[in-house]
Design a protein around this ligand. Structure first.
Ligand SMILES: Nc1ncnc2c1ncn2[C@@H]1O[C@H](COP(=O)(O)OP(=O)(O)OP(=O)(O)O)[C@@H](O)[C@H]1O
Ligand SMILES: [Mg+2]
Length: 344
């Protein structure tokens, strides 16, 4: 390699409400829960021996931390200095996991494609740019479902629905870069299921004690729509005593709350596709994101397509890395002119 040709490290980052992943051109990839926490006081700092904790480490130590989730309802939180710092710390941590942070990369130039919820793409682009300043040299910001479509090479006659925690993002691919009206964002997603489930369980069992983190774990292991295959039972303390409660109906209604908004938006977007291509797109609906793992969800959406001539809904196999892998592929493919250059 010639002396003045700088080495380049390409990375794809999926910046998610609940978890974020990074894929690097070295083949390295990592996923981190999107939590950042600072010790609340001098005791916590002495116990934890760290200035800032990130991911699972932060979640596991949450009573000792001022805990932040940098994204909410598809937007990068703004307002407080801590919120700005949280998104930056999360990005810095992700980069450090693949040796791309400013401390470890030496002279290597780092180029990052970052996938964010479509709403953040419209509203928060500047925030994200600021957060990435000094961390990477070149940047491209794209919507999450587009990164997914790119990674799967599903670029023509496809609809990607990315069911995340904060948002459900839709994107129709017509063989060119998606435009504003090819994309939609709903704030009904995994977090709203957690909220509904919490309220319903509290109503049914007012004496049961549980946290939102417990509710999320119950959902992730036993979520479903349609007829239950088996009852959903969980153990919670009631007046201090571990007690088994049945939450089958609550689980079903909370998960089913996503069906109507998602299928309405899917059908509305389909109806806007050029008439001669609508049938092709109906045959190629792809679900990604953690919330797409709700038992029976894809099958129910496919049933909805029957009403408009039938179609096929698939769930991607590798929902954790599909977004960051797509970003990485895009980083490798992108011509020089597509990159934003960030000041150091
Ligand atoms: N097996 C499962 N069943 C139901 N929900 C699940 C399951 N596994 C994960 N989830 C939910 O998926 C969501 C996380 O998915 P994902 O990682 O795609 O979201 P994200 O990228 O962090 O969020 P967003 O894309 O909205 O910013 C959470 O709400 C989580 O509880
Ligand atoms: Mg996501």
């Amino acid at each position: 390699m010639s002396q003045n040709k700088q080495e380049v490290l390409n990375v794809g980052i999926d910046l998610g409400t609940s978890r974020s992943s990074i894929s690097a051109s070295t083949g390295d990839r990592h996923v981190v829960e999107s939590y950042v926490g600072w010790p609340v006081d001098m005791v916590a700092r002495k116990v934890l021996k760290r200035e800032v904790l990130i991911g699972r480490d932060a979640l596991d130590n949450r009573p000792m931390l001022e805990l932040h989730r940098p994204l909410e309802r598809g937007l990068i939180k703004e307002g407080s200095e801590r919120d700005d710092q949280a998104v930056r710390e999360l990005l810095r941590h992700l980069l450090s996991l693949v040796g791309a942070d400013p401390e470890s990369r030496g002279d290597t130039k780092v180029r990052a494609v970052v996938g964010v919820p479509a709403a953040a793409l419209r509203v928060n682009k500047q925030n994200l740019r600021n957060a990435m300043k000094g961390l990477v040299d070149n940047l491209i910001i794209v919507s999450e479902p587009f990164a997914v479509a790119y990674g799967l090479e599903e670029l023509l006659h496809t609809m990607v629905i990315d069911l995340g925690a904060g948002t459900t993002d839709f994107c129709v691919m017509n063989g060119r870069l998606p435009r504003e009206d090819d994309q939609r964002t709903l704030t009904t997603a995994g977090d709203s299921v957690d909220e509904l489930l919490t309220t319903a369980i509290r109503e049914h069992y007012p004496d049961a004690r549980f946290s939102i983190h417990m509710v999320r774990e119950w959902k992730e292991s036993q979520s479903f729509v349609g007829e239950p295959k088996k009852p959903v039972k969980v153990s919670v303390p009631v007046a201090g005593r571990p007690t088994e409660i049945d939450i089958t109906q609550e689980m079903r209604s909370a998960c089913e709350s996503l069906l109507a908004p998602v299928s309405e938006t899917m059908i509305d977007l389909l109806s806007r596709v050029e008439p001669e291509y609508q049938a092709k797109v109906r045959q190629n609906v792809i679900l990604s994101g953690g919330t797409a793992l709700i038992g029976g969800f894809g099958a129910k959406l496919q049933e909805e397509l029957q009403e408009i001539g039938g179609g096929r809904v698939r769930v991607v196999k590798d929902p954790i890395y599909v977004g960051s892998d797509g970003g990485l592929t895009m980083a490798v493919d992108a011509p020089e002119s597509d990159w934003e250059k960030l000041p150091a």
